[in-house]
Each structure stands twice: as structure tokens, then as C-alpha cells.
Design a protein around this ligand. Sequence first.
Ligand SMILES: CC(C)(COP(=O)(O)OP(=O)(O)OC[C@H]1O[C@@H](n2cnc3c(N)ncnc32)[C@H](O)[C@@H]1OP(=O)(O)O)[C@@H](O)C(=O)NCCC(=O)NCCS
Length: 177
Amino acid sequence: MADESYLCIGPDVKLGRDVKLSKFINLYGCEIGDESKIGAFVEVQKNATIGKRCKISSHSFVCEGVTIEDNVFIGHGVTFINDTYPRSTSLEGKLQTEVDWKVERTVVRKGASIGSGATVLSEVTIGENAIVGAGSVVTRDVPKNAIVAGSPAKILRYLAEEEPEELMSSSATRDDG
Ligand SMILES: CC(C)(COP(=O)(O)OP(=O)(O)OC[C@H]1O[C@@H](n2cnc3c(N)ncnc32)[C@H](O)[C@@H]1OP(=O)(O)O)[C@@H](O)C(=O)NCCC(=O)NCCS
């Protein structure tokens, strides 16, 4: 682990086994799974969950309401959103507190990757093994195995799913015959 004088980790953070933390990170009320790696200047807010073997690159912001499953890659400077219509003050003109707004959720499914500088709006699910291009703005759900890019992010193509083993051996038999 990095020199603890550069780390800001709340007592309520649940860190898994062998989590690697860089300097200047800010974690509070969140959960990070085994063997995940968190880069410098990353903030993970309360009620955010990061799975096992994830890589969260430097300068990314994982806000409350975000669930990141296992084996996910988050590039540099990725921003998540949890409030679609944000306001600084309540109707009474006072600074807003937690009672004045409802957290909107986002899920990043297992094995997905999000490119550097992407912004992920709330209430979306990024499907298993999907890839989000650098600098994209994700406004809708991303299907499993899709590559999306742009603002708003559109599907470029799908990654081929790995063939199950029994199909591979039967096609090998066909080739032999
Ligand atoms: C999206 C990405 C995965 C490439 O996917 P791909 O299916 O191989 O796409 P291609 O390179 O064949 O490009 C297809 C089209 O999408 C465009 N495109 C590619 N990446 C793009 C991006 N990030 N944003 C907008 N458009 C993009 C290309 O210009 C091309 O457009 P054209 O058909 O008009 O010429 C890749 O460009 C990318 O952004 N990867 C993320 C890298 C990253 O952030 N890594 C972080 C750690 S360093």
C-alpha cells in the first residue's frame, strides 16, 4: 500500500484482500473487492461498490450509486453521474443536503472497459465485456459485448463472443471430415 500519509480512507471503507492503492485517493463509505487497483487522485464515494480485480485509473470519479462488477477497467478521468437535474440549493434557497435529492444508479457489468475521459450518465447499465470509447458520453444502456463511442455514444460494432468448447470441437471434426 502507498505511504498512508497521502491516503484519505474513511473508517467505513471495506477493502478486500490485496487491494492496491496509489497516492492521493479519497475513499469513504465504499466497498472495493480483492486484488483491485485504484490509481492516484481517484475518488470513490459512499454506497459505491467496486468488484474484484478491477483497475480504476487515475483521476476517475466513482460517485454514490455506482456499482462496478468484477474485472472492470476504468480509464483515466472517467466521470459517473448520479443526479440528472442537479441544483445547488433547495426550493427554500438553502444549500441542498441529502434529503433534497435522490441518488440515481448506474451499473457496470463484469469485464466491461470504459475509455479515458468518458462520462457515464445515470440510470444506465454498461453490459458485460462492453467497451466504451475514450471521451464518450454514455446516455443509454450499452449492450453486452458492444463497442460504443462518441457523444452520445453509439454502437460501432459487437465483439465476437468466445465459442463454447463443445462447438469448437464439433467444428474441428467437420473440418477433418
Ligand atoms: C472505441 C475503440 C475501442 C475502438 O473501437 P473499434 O471498433 O476498433 O473502432 P475503430 O478504431 O475501427 O473506429 C471506428 C470508427 O469509430 C471512430 N472512433 C473510434 N474511437 C472513437 C472514440 N473514442 N470516440 C469517437 N469516435 C471514435 C473512428 O474514428 C471510426 O470512425 P469512422 O468509421 O468515421 O472512420 C477505441 O478507439 C477507444 O476509444 N478505446 C479506448 C482507449 C482508452 O481510453 N484506453 C484507456 C487506457 S490508455
